[in-house]
Design a protein around this ligand. Structure first.
Ligand code: ADP
Ligand code: ADP
Length: 226
């Protein structure tokens, strides 16, 4: 897994300042969460990490390498968004295999074996031939996670991946995501507006407000009385 460094990131959309100098570091293997209200700049930060957005100013490095001008597919980053974004005309296995379109399977493994291993990792063995729309929301999110993990990313980016689910499924899925993240030892940047979710799942949390990071710390450092 890679560490991440974000330095004085600024993003402007016309007259709107989405990011007003965002700084943080994520340690290799850490589960790091950006939490804050809608519109505070969480998704924009993630898009800069993924390479979907070029910042107006500032720098992103992943694994000690500058990401300036590096396209998304060359960053070694896996991304899961809140909407499942599975391809409805492809089977579950084909959706997961799509994650390997820019990458070879790990040495000594075929694509078929890799897809099977990933479906086991997300606890969906036997789902390979199913159509995505026959799966529950939580199951679809786990397929999206398997697809993101397929090329062995060095960084996983999760943007409100649970928000379309009801409270009970959210709780279950976040435990599963955390277990998988630990098992794989993957550096993860997670975005949510849900403070309780952020505190329960993260190694460290950054509190974002109005395009800036107000506070960073381990969950129990952040909201406990001094
Ligand atoms: P969050 O993910 O925390 O809800 P965003 O990063 O999506 O916040 O948005 C931060 C700010 O940037 C908001 O004011 C939003 O309206 C604005 N913004 C985001 N994307 C665009 C865009 N493509 N064009 C114009 N403004 C945008
Ligand atoms: P969701 O995350 O949407 O709840 P789940 O697959 O977790 O989807 O839940 C659907 C049902 O299938 C639950 O009752 C769950 O216990 C069961 N289930 C999920 N995975 C497995 C599995 N690998 N083997 C057997 N039962 C499973």
């Amino acid at each position: 897994p890679a560490g991440v460094r974000v330095e004085d990131l600024r993003v402007e959309y016309g007259a709107t300042t989405a990011l007003d100098g965002v700084d943080f570091r994520v340690e290799p293997g850490e589960f790091f969460t950006l939490v804050g209200p809608s519109g505070c700049g969480k998704t924009t930060t993630l898009r800069c990490l993924a390479g979907f957005e070029e910042p107006t100013a500032g720098a992103v490095s992943i694994g000690g390498e500058s990401m300036a001008g590096v396209p998304p597919e060359a960053r070694g980053v896996g991304v899961v968004f809140q909407s499942y974004a599975l391809f409805p005309h492809m089977s579950v296995a084909e959706n997961v295999a799509y994650g390997l379109r820019f990458a070879d399977p790990p040495a000594g493994t075929t694509r078929e074996e890799r897809v099977r291993d990933l479906l086991e990792l997300v606890d969906l063995p036997g789902f390979a031939d199913r159509d995505p729309d026959t799966l529950s929301g939580g199951q679809q999110q786990r397929v999206a996670l398997a697809r993101a993990l397929a090329p062995e990313p060095r960084l996983l980016l999760l943007d409100e991946p649970m928000s379309a689910l009801d409270a009970r499924l959210r709780e279950r899925l976040r435990v599963q995501v955390r277990d998988i993240q630990r098992e794989v030892g993957l550096t993860t940047v997670y975005v949510t507006h849900d403070q309780e979710e952020a505190l329960s799942v993260s190694d460290r949390v950054a509190v974002v407000d109005d395009g800036r990071i107000e506070q960073v710390g381990a969950p129990r450092e952040l909201y406990d009385a001094p």
